[in-house]
Design a protein around this ligand. Structure first.
Ligand code: GP9
Ligand code: MN
Length: 427
C-alpha cells in the first residue's frame, strides 16, 4: 500500500546522488542510441586469443581518446533469471529484476515510470526498440507499452531469410544494416535501443562468417564464444560507419552495454584455461563485469573510468545528462558521473561488490589479496544488510505494483497503454 511506497521512497531519496553540475543537461535534445551487446563479458575487452585481439573495434573505442568514449571497466550486470529482459528492465527503470522468473513476463501490466515514458513526456523523445526476433519473446510487446516505448521494430521489419538468420534470429550484420533506414526515419530527438542477438549461447556462426579461429579448450560453446564476439565487433564497426554516413553519429549520445554473462559456471574448467586462473567463487563474481561505454557529444571522453557501478546506475545517469532531475523518481541506482555516486553493486542473488571487498556465497573477500575475510567489520556487515534490503524494496515495488501509488512530479502522466501499438510492417 501507500506506506510501502513511502518506505521505498525514503530509501531511494536517501541514496540519491546529485548531478555533476558540469554535465547536467549537456545532452538535452540529443538523440540517444543505446546498443545492447548480447552475452558480452568485459574480459573480452583487450583479450588476445592466440595473440590476436578478439574485439579490435570495441578495444579501439576504449583506447582511442579521439573517439570520445568513456569506458567503465568496473561495471557489473545485475540480472537474474530474466537475463536479457532483466537487463532491459534494470536499464530503463533502475529497479532490479525479480528473484525468480522475469518481471517482463509476470509484471508486464504494472505501472512503471520508465525512461522512455519520462523523456517523451518531459522532452518529446520518440523511443524505439530494434530487435531481430519475434515481438512476443520475453513478452516485450506487452511490457513495452507500460514502459512507454513508442515504436518496436521486430522480425517482421527485417529480412529473416535463411541466410540472414542463425540461432535465435536475425544476424547482427543485417540487423544493423537494415535498422539504419528506420533510424533515419524516426522523429527526432529519439531514444533508440539496438538489441543484438548473434552472440548468444550456444554461439553459432556460419563458417564463412567466422574471422577468428575458435579457442581450443574443447568446450564447444566457450570455444565459439570468441567467434561470435568477433562477428558482433565487426557488425558494430559497420554500424558506426553507417551512422556517420547517415549523419547520426557525431551529435548523438551513444551508449554500449553488455546484458549479462555469456559463460556460466558450468564452464569453469574451460574458463580456467581462458583466464589462466582457477574460477573461484570470487573470480566468478569478478567475471560478472560487462562493458558500459558512453559517448556524449561535446564532452571529452575520460578513457577508462574505474568507478564500481552497475546497470541500475544507467537511468539516473542518462536523466541527468538530459537535464531531468532523477531525484523525482524511484531509482535504485545513482548517477555514474556524480561525485556522490555510490560504489556498491548488489547482484540479484544478494552478493555484492565494492571497490575494496566483495561478498560472494556468504563469504567476504578482500578484492586485492583475494583472501577470505574471516572477521568482517561492522561496516561490511551493514553493507550486506543494505544489499538485501535494497533488493527487498525493489521486489516490493514490483510485487505490490507500488508505482501506481507514486506521483513523481506534477508533470507526470500515467502511461495509457491504449495509445501504444506495434503493428506488423506494412508491405
Ligand atoms: C531473445 C533474446 C535473448 O529475443 O533477447 O534473450 P536471453 O536468452 O539472452 O535472455
Ligand atoms: Mn541476453
Amino acid at each position: 500500500d501507500s506506506n510501502d511506497i513511502t518506505e521505498v521512497q525514503n530509501y531511494t531519496k536517501a541514496k540519491y546522488a546529485k548531478p555533476n553540475e558540469e554535465l547536467f543537461g549537456v545532452a538535452k535534445g540529443k538523440n540517444v542510441i543505446k546498443i545492447h551487446l548480447e552475452s558480452f563479458q568485459s574480459f573480452l575487452i583487450d583479450y588476445k586469443l592466440n595473440g590476436e585481439e578478439v574485439t579490435p573495434f570495441l578495444n579501439s573505442l576504449v583506447h582511442d581518446q579521439n573517439k570520445n568514449f568513456t569506458y567503465f571497466d568496473n561495471f557489473f550486470h545485475q540480472t537474474g533469471q530474466g537475463k536479457t529482459a532483466d537487463a532491459e528492465l534494470i536499464m530503463d527503470t533502475s529497479l532490479y529484476g525479480l528473484s525468480q522468473g522475469s518481471a517482463f513476463s509476470t509484471k508486464a501490466d504494472n505501472t512503471y515510470q520508465a525512461l522512455p515514458a519520462i523523456i517523451d513526456q518531459q522532452q518529446g523523445y520518440t523511443s524505439a526498440v530494434f530487435h531481430g526476433d519475434g515481438k512476443s519473446f520475453w513478452n516485450r510487446d506487452n511490457i513495452y507499452k507500460n514502459l512507454g516505448v513508442n515504436k518496436f521494430y521486430y522480425d517482421s521489419y527485417y529480412d529473416m531469410s535463411e541466410e540472414n538468420t542463425i540461432n535465435y534470429g536475425l544476424k547482427d550484420k543485417p540487423f544493423f544494416e537494415e535498422s539504419v533506414p528506420y533510424l533515419k526515419d524516426l522523429e527526432q530527438p529519439f531514444y533508440a535501443h539496438m538489441m543484438t542477438l548473434t552472440h548468444h549461447h550456444p554461439y553459432l556462426i556460419d563458417e564463412d562468417e567466422a574471422t577468428i579461429e575458435p579457442a581450443k579448450t574443447g568446450d564447444p560453446s566457450v570455444d565459439r564464444y570468441f567467434q561470435t564476439a568477433r562477428y558482433l565487433d565487426e557488425a558494430l564497426e559497420q554500424f558506426f560507419k553507417d551512422l556517420k554516413e547517415a549523419g547520426l553519429y557525431k551529435d548523438s549520445v551513444i551508449m554500449i552495454y553488455g546484458d549479462h554473462y555469456g559463460i556460466s559456471e558450468n564452464h569453469n574448467r574451460a574458463m580456467k584455461e581462458i583466464t589462466g586462473k582457477e574460477i573461484t567463487p570470487l573470480k566468478n563474481a569478478e567475471l560478472q563485469r560487462v562493458p558500459f561505454m558512453i559517448k556524449i557529444p561535446g564532452v571529452d571522453g575520460q578513457g577508462v573510468n574505474h568507478e564500481y557501478s552497475g546497470q541500475t546506475d544507467v537511468m539516473p545517469t542518462l536523466l541527468h545528462l538530459l537535464g531531468i532531475k532523477a531525484q523525482d523518481y524511484i531509482l535504485f541506482g545513482t548517477d555514474l558521473f556524480s561525485k556522490d555516486h555510490k560504489e556498491f553493486v548488489p547482484f540479484r542473488n544478494g552478493d555484492f561488490v565494492t571497490p575494496k571487498y566483495s561478498y560472494v556465497n556468504g563469504i567476504f573477500y578482500d578484492n586485492e589479496s583475494k583472501k577470505k575475510i574471516s572477521e568482517p567489520t561492522e561496516d561490511m556487515l551493514k553493507t550486506k544488510e543494505k544489499a538485501l534490503h535494497e533488493l527487498e524494496l525493489s521486489d516490493k515495488v514490483l510485487n505490490g505494483n507500488l508505482l501506481r501509488f507514486y506521483t513523481p512530479n506534477k508533470e507526470w502522466e500515467p502511461v495509457d497503454t491504449s495509445e501504444y501499438f506495434y503493428p506488423e510492417k506494412k508491405v
